[in-house]
Design a protein around this ligand. Structure first.
Ligand code: WT7
Length: 672
């Protein structure tokens, strides 16, 4: 891998190939001949209390894998790890890098992690939590998030992790939907040098839910109010618990976890994953795509609040018996190269992050990376949104030092694990192309849309929690009940490599995070002075895409735009904050009353608006255009003002210095 031209294919070096688990491309043929048989073969490498009696069942749009099989993912992580417990128990399972540089990192071995998990599982049992119950986890990137997830898994409790930067309202909606009886949270956490008071959000979030107990991890040491009926300290309830807890044998098709994601409408969907298939896919995709080997240190930057954090920060590296790194803070805090320092300091071998982060690193400039050789790095990964060619090349050159292949991995919350990417030992890699479908995955492109065909994969979702209708509508209505519709546009080149173009629904990918225009509009519309609103995504240099809001007020008031921002922050969280809010009189609509977001998008990007005659209110368009232009002009005028004022002040200062004769004393200046 050393030439560097756009559009070209890259193949792994012989060293990479030699080390790789998959070296022979016949694997694709073997898998495609009979994908069910292929996945069965893979599944056998895990430990099952009882083997399945049927590998696959399809009653469209529902399907099952490994029917009748009994498994527990934590047995496979700990005492029955495929690598052998004796071999891994003293090895570091987790390296935790706290945000404050004054604090020491923590290293936790598999043995220690196992004890922590068992103690907490026993504590949960004592609280009356039983197999099948749902538990909410609202924790930052601290080791306890992993302990909590694994403890639930140990005893067959369904976890539903809620991203800690989500607002209390987002938490509440999710807790209400799962009817969780217990929530696990923390006092606070560090973010960019400040403590975020998480307990306060948790207290708000549990109101009007069925949560009876709130378990609080002491992390930041901030003052929190404890309700003696409801709140318990994590460290107190685990203190006297035994460090062993029997694993609950779970049916392969029992629910493993529920993770909420943005759907095509306002309400988030609870994506349901099951115990057997998910474990198989998490294990094998990690092993083959990241080429996990004994001594590896893997850093997946995703928070466990997202599916990437579930599968590749927690489950996959642990199933593979390697070391996973978790970093509490922001990658550019307190210095822009914190992420690079972290890679060097902990000798990371495989680095997996999102294009948004890559673009941010790139913006800080390559000079920053001069002193970093990254000699331990051997593989890079990208996930969450399309990576453009130039960011790919930058990542390849400046981080991978032209030595490390980049696996551009396509998948979704719904797919549970990676489905499309070229394998590191085989390639080919092509900038901006995810590559080939993983062996055993039947991917196709129908009218420009990416679809997955039977038998799907063991780790894919089995439903939307309590909403079968939504499940059928979203995934199984576009191309029939036996074709999974991904909602992504895609193309394929002559080599068969797949390029993901982006979402074809109302989902925005903001810094790789999934948000829908619908949920943002719902949040805005809760404001008493707003009649209606429309949110669109516009492209952004760093974040890929950012929301822009158009609001129609009942009465115009001065601070409305600010209030809308506050409203979104309160309802969803800071990740959903629009870049701009435009106050308008009316929104363009079809005669049936549908808001034409497409036209708003064109106004922002100054594209030709085309034929507006089908609109019910074409006159609204000109008015919106004026508002947008005024705003864009306003920005330029503000900028010019700043330039003129600065120049003016400088002139006055120079004038003053001149008149006092100071300048003449500085050598080289105004010396005659
Ligand atoms: C959507 C799923 C997959 C884990 C993180 C996101 C987009 C994901 C890629 C990629 C282009 C990608 C798709 C997909 N996406 N990976 N490598 N190239 N686009 O999970 O939040 O459920 O989002 O992310 O649009 O549908 P998610």
């Amino acid at each position: 891998m050393n030439m560097l031209k756009k559009g070209e294919l890259y193949y792994p070096s012989s060293t990479t190939r030699k080390k790789a688990w998959v070296k022979n491309k016949n694997i694709y043929q073997e898998a495609n001949k009979d994908p069910v048989l292929f996945w069965e073969k893979l599944a056998r490498e895990l430990f099952w209390f009882e083997k399945w009696n049927k590998a696959f069942e399809h009653k469209a749009p529902y399907f099952k894998w490994f029917l009748g099989g009994k498994i527990n993912i934590t047995s496979n992580i700990f005492e029955k790890n495929p690598q052998g417990w004796e071999k891994i128990k003293k090895k570091t399972a987790l390296i935790w890098e706290p945000e404050p540089t004054t604090e020491k990192p923590k290293k936790i071995t598999y043995r220690e992690l196992f004890s922590d998990v068992c103690r907490f599982a026993n504590a949960l049992k004592k609280l009356g939590v039983k197999k099948g119950d749902r538990v909410g986890i609202y924790l930052p990137m601290i080791p306890e998030v992993m302990v909590a997830m694994l403890a639930c898994a140990r005893i067959g409790v369904v976890h539903s992790v809620v991203f800690s930067a989500f607002s209390s309202n987002s938490l509440k909606v999710r807790l209400q939907d799962t009817e969780a009886k217990v929530l696990i949270t923390a006092d606070g956490y560090w973010r960019r040098g400040k403590i975020v008071d998480l307990k306060q959000s948790a207290d708000e979030g549990v109101k009007e839910t069925k949560v009876e107990k709130v378990i609080v991890v002491k992390r930041a040491g901030n003052n929190v109010s404890l309700d003696s009926q409801k709140d318990l300290w994590f460290h107190e309830i685990v203190k006297n618990e035994k460090d062993f807890c029997e694993a609950e044998p779970m049916d392969a098709e029992d629910t493993f976890f529920i993770l909420y994601t943005s759907g095509s409408t306002g309400k988030p969907k609870g994506v349901v994953h099951t115990c057997g298939g998910y474990a198989v896919q998490a294990y094998w995709t990690g092993k083959w795509i990241f080429d996990f080997q004994g001594g590896d240190i893997f850093w997946c930057t995703s928070d466990p609040g997202w599916v990437t954090g579930h599968t590749y920060t927690v489950y996959s590296p642990l199933l593979n018996g390697i070391t996973t790194l978790m970093f509490e803070g922001a990658p550019d805090w307190p210095k822009p190269d914190r992420w690079a320092q972290t890679i060097e300091k902990h000798k990371v071998n495989i680095f997996y992050t999102a294009p948004t982060a890559i673009r941010m690193f790139e913006k800080y400039g390559a000079a920053l990376l001069k002193k970093y050789k990254f000699k331990n790095l051997r593989l890079l990964g990208s996930v969450g949104e399309p990576i453009d060619e130039s960011s790919w090349l930058w990542y390849f050159t400046e981080v991978g030092k032209k030595r490390c292949p980049i696996v551009d991995t396509w998948w979704q919350t719904e797919t549970g694990g990676i489905l499309i990417t070229s394998l590191p030992g085989l390639g080919p890699f092509k900038p901006a192309f995810a590559g080939l479908a993983f062996p055993g995955v039947q991917a196709d492109i129908k009218n420009g849309n990416l679809v997955i065909l039977p038998p799907f994969t063991p780790g894919m979702l089995r439903g939307i929690y309590k909403n079968p209708q939504k499940y059928e509508e979203t995934y199984w209505s576009s191309y029939g009940k036996d074709v999974y519709f991904t909602s992504d546009g895609a193309t394929r080149d002559k080599n068969g490599l797949i390029r993901i173009v982006g979402r074809v629904d109302d989902v925005l990918k903001v810094a790789g995070h999934r948000l829908t225009t619908g949920e943002m509009e719902d949040a805005i519309n809760l404001h008493p002075n707003i009649t209606e609103s429309a949110v669109i995504g516009v492209s952004d240099e760093i974040k890929g895409e950012v929301p822009v809001a158009f609001i129609v007020p009942k009465e115009n008031s001065q601070n409305l735009a600010q209030e809308v921002l506050a409203q979104i922050k309160k309802e969803i969280g800071p990740i959903a904050l629009p870049k701009q809010v435009f106050v308008v009189d009316d929104l363009p609509k079809t005669r049936s009353g549908k808001i034409m977001r497409r036209i708003l998008k064109k106004i922002i990007s100054r594209e030709d608006l085309g034929d507006l005659s089908t609109l019910a209110n074409p006159e609204s368009v000109e008015k919106i255009k004026l508002v947008v232009q005024k705003n864009q002009a306003g920005f330029i005028i503000a900028l010019l003002n700043i330039i003129f004022i600065t120049a003016g002040i400088a002139a006055i200062i120079i004038g003053l210095l001149w008149s006092t004769g100071v300048l003449e004393q500085i050598p080289g200046i105004f010396k005659h």
